[in-house]
Design a binder for this molecule. Structure first.
Ligand code: PLP
Length: 312
């Protein structure tokens, strides 16, 4: 039986966990992790915040289907399929890589689960996939799927950004004196939402750790989505940290893996291997290079993504 969107779901909540460790005490900082890997059983982490207003908009527009785009390991594809299953929408995924068409034996766990959750999968060549933001390509798709509400890759749009309002308010309530907030960055929608809704305070810094290489091109998008310019004397101030992405998107390196392993074994909190691993690595590097002053109160945002971890 599909669920309806109720106010309860709009205020879904997860714990803010204090992380105690001699390393943090030695640097005179306090650290918490906002455990949004626990906020929803299937639409985990930042995906819940990005989808909730879009689901309402799709319902309000009378659309029966959610249509979106992603790679074979996309958490957004997994979350959209799960949201369709939970809230009574059909789902269609346009997936990068036509070499996967008709070859389910080569599909990732993400694609197999999306299909089990009812998503209809279409595979695009890499060159066609690049058209996914162009208006004539989108017009053709809208004409072909007139029943569909179209979500961009990664689910990032203004409705998604708006979804971070309640998260920001909850972080404020659970950890009112935070000075530094770290989050992982893919398209920048999550960072933009956290920047837009943070309570201004000159001591506050929101730090986005890019999971892909040469991510500076995201800065204008984040500025426009958040309405807050980069490096301005604005509070809270935000930065995009581009040096902790390792070899590139979905790829890791021994120092990133070591940081993930250290964190998971110290705190018994699982990280994903695309986004939150690099966020934690970035935080540890900033700490060890002396860029987090004594007295800092740091919140690490766990944005989920655990569905993509290799299954044992
Ligand atoms: C688990 C996880 N964390 C963080 C991100 C980055 O979010 P955004 O695309 O909003 O920057 C993603 C990607 O969508 C993700 O799946």
């Amino acid at each position: 039986m599909p669920h309806t969107l109720t106010p309860d779901y709009r205020t879904n909540d997860s714990p803010m966990m204090a992380l105690e460790h001699p390393l943090f005490a030695d640097h005179g900082i306090k650290v918490w992790m906002k455990r949004d890997d626990l906020n929803h059983p299937t639409i985990q982490g930042n995906k819940w915040h990005k989808l909730k207003h879009n689901l309402e908009a799709a319902k309000a527009a009378g659309k029966s289907t959610l249509l979106t785009f992603g790679g074979a390991y996309s958490n957004h594809i997994a979350a959209t399929a799960a949201a369709g299953q939970a809230y009574g929408f059909q789902t269609i995924g346009y997936i990068r890589g036509d070499e996967l068409a008709g070859r389910p034996e080569r599909w990732s766990h993400t694609l197999l689960t999306a299909q089990q959750n009812g998503m209809q999968l279409h595979f695009l060549s890499r060159s066609d996939y690049r058209l996914k933001t162009q208006s004539d390509f989108l017009d053709t798709l809208s004409a072909k799927h007139s029943e569909a509400y179209i979500l961009p890759e990664g689910g990032t749009n203004q409705a998604a950004v708006q979804g971070f309002k309640t998260l920001s308010q909850t972080i404020e309530f659970q950890c009112p004196n935070w000075t530094h907030l770290f989050t992982a960055v893919g398209t920048g929608g999550t960072l933009a939402g956290l920047v837009k809704f943070a309570t201004p305070n000159p001591q506050r810094h929101i730090l986005g750790v890019a999971s892909l290489k040469q991510a500076d091109y995201l800065i204008p998008d984040i500025e426009s989505l958040s309405g807050v310019s980069y490096n301005a004397a604005h509070s809270p101030n935000w930065r995009l940290l581009t040096e902790y992405c390792g070899p590139g998107y979905g790829q890791t390196a021994p120092d990133i893996e070591a940081a993930q392993h250290w964190f998971e074994s110290q705190f018994h909190i699982p990280l994903d291997s695309v986004y939150t691993n690099k966020m934690v690595y970035g935080f540890l590097q900033e700490l060890q290079s002396g860029r987090l002053p004594s007295g800092s109160k740091v919140v690490l945002y766990h944005s989920g993504g655990l569905q993509g971890n290799p299954k044992t």
